[in-house]
Design a binder for this molecule. Sequence first.
Ligand code: AHG
Ligand code: MN
Ligand code: MN
Ligand code: MN
Length: 333
Amino acid sequence: MSEQNFQTLGEFIIDKQEDFQYSTGELSRLLSAIRLASKVVNREVNKAGIANIIGKAGNENIQGEEQQKLDVLANDIFIEALSQREVVCGIASEESDDFIEIRASSNAHLSKYVVLIDPLDGSSNIDVNVSVGTIFSIYRRVTEPGTPVTLEDFLQKGVNQIAAGYVVYGSSTMIVYTTGNGVNGFTLDPSLGTYYLSHPNMKFSETGKIYSINEGNYIKFPQGVKNYIKYCQREEGDRPYTSRYIGSLVSDFHRNMIKGGIYIYPSTSQSPNGKLRLLYECNPMAFLAEQAGGKCSDGFRRILEIQPTELHQRVPFFCGSIKMVEKAEEFMK
Ligand code: AHG
Ligand code: MN
Ligand code: MN
Ligand code: MN
């Protein structure tokens, strides 16, 4: 099959516009802005090694993480694309201390959407040419349009998401997203700068053979997680499972969705809430996972039903093939 036979992401967004209550085109414009920003980030990631953009930026983000140059660059690219096009009324990002209010230049441009974003996921993999990603999550604001956006607009439960997705800058670059009607994946043809629908209707298999967890932290894990890891390693039935851990949530999730598997970032003795951020990592991934027939929890509760209390809140994360997540939850009891 040649390119001409594949649907482009641009065509897909317009086709789907009618299926949804967003027929004003506002969400389509927002998704198009994300598509464009992802291509700019992709270009920067691709030349990271020769463009003096690898390495540390020299400051810390609000969560005490050392920012990499690409964290900052990707953050700037997404914020600029979204704010210049006036497709959102507010943005919250892993790399920005507080949420950002976007004021429209005219009433015609008043947007009802907020975006939460992890502009560059997998920072520790930038310098070593291993896949990184971007994660995004879109909500309708809860406060009155036209008034300044408030924290309340961002602290919504994941079940309220209108759309969510990720970009994986890997051996090929892909954008994978949902608007609550299944999950579709698009691959970038870099020579044309066009995303094509390559993975329609993506699904997690019910069970799988891959477990992904940073086992270096084993000693600090709760007993239930330790026992589950031993279960994965036992020779019995379809086990032992295979261990695969990239250290970029986006890439680990993407592989597990395609092959079947479970991803765990549990609480540890030092970090009782784990490491991953509820609002711009766990919620969007949980929405995608559920839309693909998978499951996500904090070991006990459905991720999408947790009421956030802070922008940069962390939460333990168990995500993947439904039977595997259920089994891990049994061990947590
Ligand atoms: P980020 O680069 O956006 O800060 O996210 C890093 C996250 C996630 O991508 C990854 O799965 C996890 O941190 C890896 O953490 P460890 O190095 O502790 O395993
Ligand atoms: Mn980070
Ligand atoms: Mn991340
Ligand atoms: Mn990040």
